[in-house]
Write a protein that binds this ligand. Structure first.
Ligand SMILES: Nc1ncnc2c1ncn2[C@@H]1O[C@H](COP(=O)(O)OP(=O)(O)OP(=O)(O)O)[C@@H](O)[C@H]1O
Length: 208
């Protein structure tokens, strides 16, 4: 469950942004659309506690997360938030499976190896498991970043244009996996997209 109230943010004095309130019950999903520069990525960064709101409140599972200390924010993010951003955050010199194992270790989660294999197979990247990250294509990295984000069944999955480098077939695989993961773990999926085809598949939509 996620709720925001009167969220505002600005990077500098001339770019104040006010965001519509969000209210999602368990398993509801939300798609965020809007023209370039309207603040879609900024909103995801506020929800993931990477940016601090100028004013307003954010509740996740009824916890007021905007009041957390930096340390509490880091712990909460690791355990409860799955992030898929346009620039993925891998350790390039490690293999895909080593990156996944590191994520599981840092988030102090328990994930069966069969579950890892299933996710990688669903995304069509199981055969790349032992490749180092720098050897993957952009589309393969994008799918790998989705595996990394959902591997520990987070309470919220936040995805910023997760299908932007993908062809139609892989785009479908990614949307299906994000939705299926959210459903299986009872989490909320919030996705930013420019792809209008995806919009009807979500229970709620906001346009910035
Ligand atoms: N680090 C930053 N410092 C200063 N201004 C920023 C910064 N990041 C974003 N902005 C500005 O804030 C506004 C919102 O940016 P944001 O990236 O959230 O938009 P967006 O809707 O996600 O855009 P796009 O669809 O092009 O990705 C833009 O005017 C952008 O120039």
């Amino acid at each position: 469950m996620i709720q925001t109230k009167n969220l505002e943010f600005s990077y500098h004095s001339k770019n104040g942004m006010k965001f519509p309130d969000i209210s999602l019950d368990q398993e509801e999903d939300l798609v965020i659309i809007g023209d370039s520069g309207k603040g879609k990525t900024t909103l995801l960064k506020l929800l993931s506690l990477l940016l601090k709101p100028l004013s307003g409140e954010i509740f996740i599972n009824n916890t007021a997360i905007h009041t957390f200390s930096e340390r509490e924010k880091d712990n909460f993010r690791r355990k409860h938030i799955g992030l898929v951003f346009q620039k993925s955050n891998f350790i390039q010199s490690l293999s895909l499976i080593e990156n996944i194992q590191a994520k599981i270790l840092f988030s102090k989660s328990k994930v069966e190896s069969s579950a890892i294999k299933t996710i990688l197979e669903d995304l069509g990247i199981a055969d790349l498991m032992h490749q180092r990250m720098f050897a993957l294509s952009e589309g393969q990295k994008q799918r790998a970043s989705i595996a990394l984000a959902v591997i520990n069944n987070p309470s919220i999955i936040l995805a910023d244009e997760p299908t932007s480098s993908l062809d139609d077939t892989n785009s479908r695989k990614v949307i299906n996996l994000l939705k299926a993961t959210a459903k299986r773990s009872g989490s909320n999926l919030i996705l930013v997209t420019h792809d209008k085809r995806i919009v009807p598949e979500f229970s709620k939509m906001i346009e910035l």
